[in-house]
Design a protein. Structure first.
Length: 389
């Protein structure tokens, strides 16, 4: 309608939520649906974390917390980053957020406006482009290609930086491709960024604990040359199977932190208190549930890649991290969106068209393997049958 603000017409969405709704509707009507669409662990939140949330409710933690989060959780995040990445982070720069997503939105609102440019991966998490556009900045995609295992090319990224560039969004391990960027490529990027001291980086490391075949996560925060212009995004959703709790965190450059905090006060006041205590138990408690989940994802990864490569017309590179496979489906002669629809409606398998993650996703489908091996095998059997028939 004409009375709406112009910016509403550029706001995008995340197709995974639409596919999930359709899959649920089909399931409710009695259809047998295997969901390889939505990107969330099929595990429950570990029991000790749930108990900590319940205890916090019982203990009377019902009020507002500081906008940036309870101090003990901000300190625990700093400790966690020190343990995992060997970096020293000032807890005063840690912000507890209602999930990973709001950090993207905040970063784009803080840096983007008409006349500026923000770089982001394509194919990539759809909320990047959406947030960039909403801020008024010009969205500048950089390509992730199958040939490099969907790792970004530092040279390509650097070639897209201009005087107008304010922010570069990076994501490794990546959604939707499962790509993990090798350290040499990050080194190269960091070296090239010395020429651009005013460009900030939003590093989405939400899958940092999901890496396979002995790969080690390389956090952008570990580069002292650029650490002062890195915004780190991470959280509990994927690592601790807590997507519905809405809990994430970000680390901000000191001089930017106050702006993020002000946005939090304007938008959500704070993350709900019991969830923050649950998050504290997650970080301070035993980590074997995480290890077990990652092991399960790794097993499923091997199964799904092997199976996808058996489908006529499909070709799938091995993903190095996260829980997604991103097969090339050009050999089927079908477009990504058409195949997505057909698979859901005719075969009862929910997957997401690569185009939901940007134009370069044409010719690809995203499979989330956060599902049982049994379901994965059955889904592939159905796909083969459908394509043959
Ligand atoms: N970043 C990436 C790359 C993701 O894939 C997701 C969720 O799918 C998020 C961030 C958002 O996570 P959250 O549910 O914590 O907002």
């Amino acid at each position: 309608p004409a009375m709406l603000a112009d910016r509403m017409s550029v706001l995008g969405t995340e197709t995974a939520f639409e596919v999930l709704a359709r899959a649920n509707a089909l399931a409710a009507s009695g259809k047998d649906i295997i969901n390889l669409g939505i990107g969330q662990p099929d595990f429950k939140t570990p029991e000790h974390i749930v108990e900590a949330g319940i205890k916090a409710l019982r203990d009377g933690h019902h009020g507002y917390t500081p906008a940036a989060g309870i101090p003990q959780l901000r300190e625990a995040v700093a400790r966690d980053l020190n343990t995992r990445h060997g970096v020293t982070v000032d807890p005063d720069t840690v912000m507890i957020m209602p999930g990973g997503k709001p950090t993207m939105f905040f970063a784009c609102l803080i840096f983007g406006q008409p006349g500026t440019e923000i770089l982001y991966p394509n194919p990539g998490f759809p909320i990047y482009e959406s947030s960039v556009k909403f801020s008024g900045a010009k969205p500048v995609p950089y390509r992730l290609s199958e040939e490099t295992g969907f790792a970004f090319s530092a040279d390509e990224m650097l070639s897209k930086i201009t005087e107008q560039t304010r922010l570069i969004i990076l994501n490794s391990p990546a959604n939707p491709t499962g790509g993990a960027v090798p350290k040499e490529e990050i080194d190269k990027l960091v070296a090239g960024l010395q020429k651009w001291p005013n460009v900030y980086l939003l590093s989405d490391e939400i899958y940092s604990q999901m890496l396979y075949d002995g790969r080690e996560h390389v956090s952008l925060l570990t580069y002292p040359e650029i650490a002062e212009r890195v915004i780190l995004l991470d959280g509990w959703s994927k690592t601790y199977a807590m997507t519905g709790w809405r809990l994430g965190f970000s680390v901000w450059p000191k001089e930017i932190f106050g702006h993020a905090e002000k946005l939090a006060v304007n938008c959500h006041s704070c993350v709900n208190a019991p969830t923050q205590f649950a998050g504290l138990a997650a970080l301070d408690g035993p980590q074997d549930a995480v290890t077990d989940m990652v092991k399960a994802f790794d097993e499923r990864r091997r199964v799904i890649v092997g199976e996808l490569n058996q489908i006529p017309g499909f070709r799938c590179v091995e993903p190095g991290g996260a829980f997604y496979a991103f097969p090339n489906i050009e050999g089927t002669g079908m477009g990504a969106k058409a195949l997505q629809t057909k698979l859901l409606e005719d075969a009862g398998v929910a997957v997401i068209a690569g185009t939901s993650f940007g134009a370069y996703g044409e010719g690809y489908l995203r499979f989330s393997y956060a599902n049982s091996t049994e379901n994965i095998r059955e889904a592939i059997r159905r796909i083969k049958q459908m394509l043959a028939g």
